[in-house]
Ligand binder design. Sequence first.
Ligand SMILES: [Zn+2]
Length: 103
Amino acid sequence: MKNKYGIPKKISSNIQVQRICQHCGDEFTARTTVTHYCGDTCSKRAYKARVRIGKVEVSIKETRRIKTQPIEVLKKKEYLTVTQVSKLIGCLDLAFLKSNLTI
Ligand SMILES: [Zn+2]
């Protein structure tokens, strides 16, 4: 039996499996062995959490890309200024080094 999209309909089973909800951690009785959540509420909340985590990861990657981009540009240059070198090796700048060095 298929639905209107041509996807076979799930055949309801008579099995009952005790499972742990992956969102709230409660034990529940599932009718399939692949059910992850105790109900619609947890399923929706888990989905929203996954979307949120995805957005955070995208934001972190974007920040990392922007922060490393100037360094990639500097690596390609033939000659560098002192400020550019300090940026490349990861210290702030020469003025910062001078103010923090005690000889
Ligand atoms: Zn739950």
